[in-house]
Design a protein around this ligand. Structure first.
Ligand code: GTQ
Ligand code: FE2
Length: 375
């Protein structure tokens, strides 16, 4: 595909070449539009440019949330707002400024900072919405997923797929904060969500280092013969940092040895997958991790679907539709659909990423466009 294909005439440009209506036609049209309004009908021809643009024209905008700004807000909420039944979670959504005040980071995705004070418990519940947690700093909370306590530590990705009971308990005297990602907006638009309370605490306050799901599934390339059927969601409750870190480090070492292992020079990347299918961890959410060597720059890419990045370590920049944003550890950046995105690493740079691409791909709406030159 060439860049020219995105420079076709808009609907308005084409319509503006038509003859204007006569005064009689004008009066007739006013009557017609009045009837339509009373009958709750809307013509396509006044809406088509908005409904069917030549290319995606997202309401969501590129935006950055600074860790140094959002963490203190979560801490203040920790002092003022109790966590418990009813409100369920001390989670504070990152609201995309283009989405009209809804608590959505993109049209399909929810991202929030969640805060649990020392010894606090977030009670069990379950819902249709798929969820994950990602930890940039701290430890001491266990998330109990269907009765399986899963330790949360720095760099870990923890899964809570739809309809699994889950609650969180902090076993230390120190607070902990992390990032939640869910498909709340998608489930809301499609009216597909169910919700149920569980018991008023968590089913198991044990604090094992390793969860039952990892004991069964966390061995590279080895699948239990007791579980040969593919499952919709990944059975792995925790993707541990030591594995992610090692996988990325080895890609870069292999590149040094001349073995093709990275996706572009100096850019190592992995996708978190469901080991029963090789596909994404959950049906609506993709999660990946990128590691860049200092000085590396990606090409400029546009992609259908929206992505949220959280800086895990280092310092770098996003250039989004030509605007440069410098980011550091903990900062979150949202890249809406079809936004031109280039990433540059000032230092060695680690990025966690999640997006809605599994929905897009399942529906065959996926498209990607790589600009030929860095500008
Ligand atoms: O931790 O169960 O950010 O149910 C939003 C909804 C977290 C959770 C959120 C949730 C949770
Ligand atoms: Fe939940």
């Amino acid at each position: 595909m060439s860049a020219d294909e995105f420079e076709e005439l808009s609907h308005d440009e084409v319509r503006n070449t038509m003859l204007p209506p006569t005064p009689e036609e004008e009066a007739g049209l006013a009557d017609l539009y009045g009837r339509m309004e009373r009958e709750h009908m809307i013509p396509l021809w006044t809406q088509i440019g908005d409904l069917m643009p030549n290319q995606p024209s997202p309401q969501a905008v590129p935006h950055v949330w600074r860790w140094t700004s959002i963490l203190p807000v979560a801490e203040q909420a920790g002092e003022l707002v109790p966590v418990g039944r009813g409100g369920e979670r001390r989670a504070i959504a990152l609201a995309n400024p283009g989405l009209g005040g809804r608590p959505y980071i993109t049209p399909t995705l929810w991202a929030a900072i969640q805060y649990l004070g020392g010894r606090e418990i977030a009670p069990e519940h379950r819902h249709s919405q798929n969820a994950f947690r990602f930890v940039v700093e701290g430890e001491g909370v266990w998330t109990v997923v269907n009765g399986d306590p899963v330790a949360m530590r720095r760099g870990d990705l923890l899964l809570t797929p739809g309809w699994n009971f889950h609650g969180h308990h902090n076993e230390t005297d120190r607070p902990m904060a992390w990032i939640d990602g869910l498909d709340i907006p998608f489930v809301h638009y499609t009216d597909t969500g169910f919700f149920e309370f569980g018991i008023d605490r968590v089913t198991d306050e044990a604090t094992p280092d390793i969860s039952r799901s990892e004991r069964l599934w966390g061995h590279p390339g080895l699948r239990p013969l007791s579980a040969l059927q593919p499952t919709v969601n990944s059975p792995i409750g925790a993707y541990r940092w030591e594995h992610t870190d090692r996988a990325l480090a080895q890609q870069l070492l292999l590149e040094d040895e001349g073995v093709p292992a990275t996706i572009e020079p100096g850019h190592a990347a992995v996708r978190y997958v469901n080991p029963t299918t090789g596909g994404d961890i959950m049906p609506t959410i993709r999660a990946q991790f990128h590691r860049f060597r200092a000085g590396t720059q990606t090409r400029t890419v546009r992609e259908v679907g929206s992505t949220v990045y959280q800086v895990f370590a280092g310092r770098g920049e996003f250039v989004l539709d030509g605007e440069r944003i410098v980011v550091e550890t903990g900062d979150l950046v949202v890249v809406p659909s079809w936004t031109a995105c280039r990433i540059g690493a000032e230092t060695d740079f680690d990025l966690f990423a999640f997006g809605d691409q599994p929905i897009i791909e399942r529906l065959h709406f996926d498209r990607r466009f790589i600009e030929e030159e860095n500008v």
